[in-house]
Design a protein around this ligand. Sequence first.
Ligand code: VG1
Ligand code: CO
Length: 600
Amino acid sequence: ATLAEVPTTPIPGMKPGTSGLRKKVEVWQGKDDTANKYYVENFIQSLLDTAQANNGGEMLQTIIVAGDGRYFNDQAIQIICRVLAANGVENIWVPQGGIMSTPAVSAAIRTRDGGAAQGGIILTASHNPGGPGEDFGIKYNEGYGQPAGEEFTDALYERSMKISSFKTMEGSPDIDLNAAPGTTFSLTPTSTVTIIDPFAEYLEVLKSCFDFDAMKDFAKRPDFSIVFDGMHGAGGPFARRILVEELGFPKESLMRCDPRPDFGKCHPDPNLTYAAELVKKMGLKPDGSADESAIVEDLPTLGAANDGDGDRNLIAGAGCFVTPSDSLAMICDNWKAIPHFARAGGPKGVARSMPSSAALDVVAEALNIPFFSTPTGWKFFGNLMGSKEQFGKRDYTPFLCGEESFGTGSDHIREKDGLWAMLAWISILMDVNKDTPPGQPLVSVRDVVEKHWEKYGRHFYCRYDYEAVESDAANKMMDLIRDQFVNGDLSTIPDDGSGIKLVGAEEFSYTDPVDGSTTSKQGLVLSFVDGNGEPARVVFRLSGTGSAGATIRMYLERYEQDTSKHGESAPVALKSLADRAIGLVQLVELTGRDSPSVIT
Ligand code: VG1
Ligand code: CO
């Protein structure tokens, strides 16, 4: 093999979005356009140049390269290893099989034996479908395991527009991704690829969060059962390793836990629409309400699903879907059930993304915990969790955070963590059942949820997604909201007879309390008062994870104190608010869409 410096030209459009750069797989393969021949090489060289500049001009010594197993995963790993080696990266860690969930990569960057890595290159388009014609993506995590922030990704993009060559090892044979952990391959006299065990560090950090021995005992109860849907993504093998091999749940508890390059032709997004089979198994109708014909005693006690890269979670109990915003609030309120929090006397900081519901806010207030509302995307939680570790400032750990988009996690790593959320719920069930004798019915997920609403009130919540909208039309709608509501006069808006009144409008921007950086245009927030005088809110945002066209997200939320009304299904309870907002922003007129692609 020879080290080569290959001339190339900048490829436009390499601007990472909410979470990495996502494009159609043919773009990455360079198949769609001859100008894209070296797409992966260009991107990785730009990434390395940026990381090197950030590292005081020194090339990073240790980098982990892993993916969620989607189509093109294995070839991309080979290409990337050659570019890393040619650039002088000394240690390259690749998991056996090439597959690792995003949370597991974050754990390995932080804590791997023999010196933490300085970065991780994660090959994933997360919840987007995979396979020919579908998406592939790459994201970069820095030395504390956290997703690279906007300063980094902006610099990467700048670099990609100037690049004139990349380095690679020509004629270097492929490494054997299936070799045993510990196997090494020398790509140059100074660069080595080491195959690593994908599970080791992740399992350790989970053990530091939860009481595995107690969970093992609880798993033996004949009246407690779980089901886990891996959606053929990277989370599956981790579920097998942890739920079955460590905790002793029967292997029949797992569904779709074998990773497949095309996710079995499914959309690996754990929501009510795409996890339909699990939703049905949990005795739920597609809108998340209980299916009255299901026999509760026959249903699993707890069900969960992960997305393609294992960082998202859907949580459901028998006949009870838990919205992600509620789940976050309930984990917070039940902090005593989770050893990681209990050891410290509770979380020292909590956060949610702005579009997530205010369910967490009221718990944080009751418990008197510092609370933050951040822009969408996990990178914004990173600074808060690393406040002490990275910046030497006030410590907010143990930290709890989450997003309405089925993301939940803590400071045990720097990513959201699908399996962590499931273990958190197992821990909650263990705690509320510590006095339930064998033979007596268990306190259920539904009981926990209803009691929580009784205590704090219910924040009805759901999200409408309008996928593949024409970009111009989507932008026009956002501009209309800015002109007419954020900058306009709300007192002149005519009533529509619904009793729902628009009382405020703003565009969300964020100043990071740790490093002072600001991020603007993070969502348009419409505040309402409903017919009963209770607050309601609708947020509009454009997605930053798509690979074509625009996706409009409309987030709906309404607070209800009255316990007798808590039983209603969320989409029904929010229908008139949705109609009011859609009318105000002229969504149908501007986009031509009279219904959303997905409601979750
Ligand atoms: C979406 C979600 C956001 C999440 C991001 C990455 O972003 O809304 O909350 O952090 O996906 O999740 P957007 O910009 O499309 O709304 V993952 O699991 O796809 O990395
Ligand atoms: Co994901």
